[in-house]
Write a protein that binds this ligand. Sequence first.
Ligand SMILES: *Cc1c(COP(=O)(O)O)cnc(C)c1O
Length: 446
Amino acid sequence: MTAYPSDAPASQALLDRALAVTPGGVNSPVRAFRAVGGTPRFMVSGQGPYLTDADGREYVDLVCSWGPMILGHSHPAVLEAVQQAATRGFSFGTPSENEVALAEEIVARVEPVEQVRLVSSGTEATMSAIRLARGFTGRSLIVKFAGCYHGHVDSLLAQAGSGVATFALPDSAGVPKEMAAETIVLPYNDIPALEEVFAERGADIAAVITEASPGNMGVVPPLPGFTAALRRVTAEHGALLISDEVMTGFRCSRAGWFGLEGDAGYAAGAPDLFTFGKVMGGGFPAAAFGGRADVMAMLAPTGPVYQAGTLSGNPVATAAGLATLQHCTDDVYTRLGEVSDALTTGVGEALDAAGVPHVIQRAGSMFSVFFRDGAVTDYDTARAQDVPAFAAFFHSMLDQGVHLPPSAFESWFVSASHDDAAVDRVLAALPTAASAAAAAFATIDR
Ligand SMILES: *Cc1c(COP(=O)(O)O)cnc(C)c1O
């Protein structure tokens, strides 16, 4: 079995260089390993389900670039599409065919989406969707849910998930209080709280934005009836419903979470707007927002809501996204399900055997492990877990050649390239990691 030393000299040398020129040595906070300690691994290559770091060590990757690498690293068809696109030019600053084809693919997959606008990141997608909802309704208040992350948009950072949760921050410095006052934060899965806020301020609420199935406080699927309540209450008050599928989109199913929950979840109708990113860029900067044609028509150049981007619809990025989606076949989703079944079963058995309290929650092929007893339904219950136990588990897995998200508040991500050999390597590492987690729990109890 793999047992790498816990220091990583080549990565550490790169981190030392990085720290001199970049805050925390990283370009996105969770990558710094601050929540788990130790040296973040600087990766030099990826192939299928594996990543190789600067010290030449190989890891089974269960982060998959936080979702995009759904086909595995360096998928041959995506690589070919990217190489061909790059040969023709990097960026034209004009419309080009790939953007149309990518938009057509999205519209074909997600039934309620009639029109999309391409952007370069999930943050841009949610920021633009919020502006559009405000422009369309002429209202300014936004409702979001604690523990949901929608990118680092000023108005959406209050009680956010992802890195904001990882570092236990209430919100972000640098957001004016006037802007924060335009955001109402509610507990997730709490229908009475939603109804109450709409009863009081419904006429001023432009939109509710929610992760279609939250994955940024760990995986916390909507309870039965919650999604339908969001649709019903927003429609009653003339507010828009924005379903953020940046993480779930084209991952939970062909049509993302909407494809899984569909009519059952949206009993009173579909969301008005969707946001997408991650998988649809195939590892390149491409994201989108879209939905009802009458709402999208409010965007410049047809309407008064301004939104633009020098690199929006970039020909190389859209080639990668299009090739990725075209290869996300039914077989791919079947394999993602099988890999998730095997891993969730294995993790559960190993933690049971070691006597570690845990709950595993799942949304399609996305899943996460909470180190606590009892279901997690909102941000408060997500936070009530044993983070040091997770850190011990994480480092044991890393030393055994398995690369997990370096935070207890993130989904694990698998790819269709995770074959039985890769899955077996993860399963083999679990008992030792579960013992490490058990020892960390014991330390705390004492
Ligand atoms: C990742 C994520 C975002 C932000 O996307 P970026 O490309 O990192 O800006 C927004 N919403 C959700 C649900 C996400 O998971």
